[in-house]
Design a protein around this ligand. Structure first.
Ligand code: ATP
Length: 355
């Protein structure tokens, strides 16, 4: 199985190094047969090749079975200058990775984790308010006059259909309900179309319960009763906001896992940014990207019917639980003093012991 590794900017190379160490250990233990190819994107690629996403990287991405993509330091890129292209956005578009899968779970022993939280957000990744936006060019926004700004929200039946199918498949696997979230009485036409299509897909999954809720109600209920949620199906911008709330409730942004999946390919992306404030210090929490890679292994295992990939995913996730339970292996964002590499070493040891 070919894995393209793109470490990205700032803390990206630090957390990617740990992720690869863990993955190579799992490869040895479970006989995954992984082949890695590593390439630069972001600031390093721009310095060497004049583009944050060189064309040969996109070609490699199209050929890989899976991608590991560290965070890109978008906020540091000078707007509009040549070659500064949104790294994750370009890869998502090129590979049509339409589903953003964002789990959030309170793992045992994690300080500030909200009890009862164990959900997966399935977020539509290609339209909504972001649909026609290239980096730094908000085509989806415009000003017809000097005093009027408009934002356009795009919802299509086709994109709603395919994201709904991902949510119902996820719920069927987890044996949980789907809560579809929007604001239908305000966004009557766009959320109306989204909800109608979700209800149509629901007919193919009679065993999965479907509940519709408003985003504002969900923001409150998620905090007060997180156990009420299993799979949340949501449009792009609402999903962006709710994912960060859910991940903060799991204890830290440093634990944020994220998979961007299409029909035939998927990319593991940390669910947090490139954290320039702590870059180079060796203190970043690598677990977000490690857990994203767990999602990628699971996805590859299901898609290619390879049980050893699913087993490896379960083993790494258990090793993460084991490591987090020890306060001495927690990074600063979780109230600990461990460094990025210490967490990696503890994970490799836990995996080896379990195997
Ligand atoms: P972006 O706009 O790219 O999403 P951001 O500026 O909103 O990024 P992050 O880069 O995610 O935010 O950082 C937000 C805060 O969380 C920072 O203080 C950062 O240091 C912290 N943080 C993010 N990721 C990690 C991590 N893996 N380990 C520890 N702290 C982290």
């Amino acid at each position: 199985m070919d894995i393209l590794v793109l470490p990205g900017d700032d803390i990206g190379p630090e957390i990617t190094a740990v992720t690869l160490k863990v993955l190579k250990t799992a490869d040895d233990l479970f006989g995954l047969g992984l082949e890695f190819e590593q390439k630069d994107v972001g600031v390093t690629a721009h310095r060497a090749e004049g583009s944050t996403v060189p064309e040969h990287v996109l070609q490699s991405a199209l050929q890989a079975d899976g991608i590991i993509l560290g965070p890109a330091g978008m906020t540091a890129y000078p707007e509009g200058s040549a070659g500064w292209i949104n790294v994750p956005g370009t890869i998502r578009k090129k590979l049509d990775l339409f589903a953003n899968i964002r789990p959030a779970r309170s793992r045992p022993g994690v300080p500030r984790a909200k009890e009862g939280l164990d959900l997966t957000i399935v977020r539509e990744n290609t339209e909504g308010f972001y649909s026609d936006r290239n980096m730094f060019r908000g085509i989806g926004e415009f000003m017809p006059t000097e005093d009027l700004a408009l934002s356009v929200r795009k919802i299509t039946r086709q994109a709603s259909h395919r994201i709904a199918a991902v949510a119902f498949e996820t719920a069927r696997k987890r044996n949980s309900a789907v809560t579809v979230v929007g604001k239908r009485h305000v966004l009557q036409i766009s959320d109306g179309l989204f909800m109608d299509e979700v209800n149509a897909v629901a007919r193919d999954y009679p065993e999965v319960k479907l509940v519709e809720k408003d985003i504002d109600a969900v923001a409150a209920e998620l905090y007060s009763s997180p156990e009420n949620f299993g799979v949340i199906l949501i449009t792009n911008m609402f999903g962006d906001i709710l994912s960060n709330l859910a991940v903060a409730m799991s204890g830290s942004l440093g634990l944020a896992a994220s998979l961007n999946a299409g029909e035939t390919r998927a990319a593991a992306n940390a669910g947090h940014g490139s954290a320039p404030d702590i870059a180079g210090k060796g203190i970043a929490n690598p677990l977000g990207l490690v857990l994203s890679t767990v999602l990628l292994l699971e996805w590859l295992g299901i898609r290619h019917e390879k049980q050893n990939f699913v087993d490896a995913a379960v083993a790494i996730s258990k090793a993460v639980d084991f490591v987090l339970a020890d306060p001495g292996s927690r990074t600063g964002d979780l109230g600990g003093r461990a460094g990025t590499a210490d967490v990696g070493a503890a994970l490799v040891k836990a995996l080896g012991n379990a195997g």
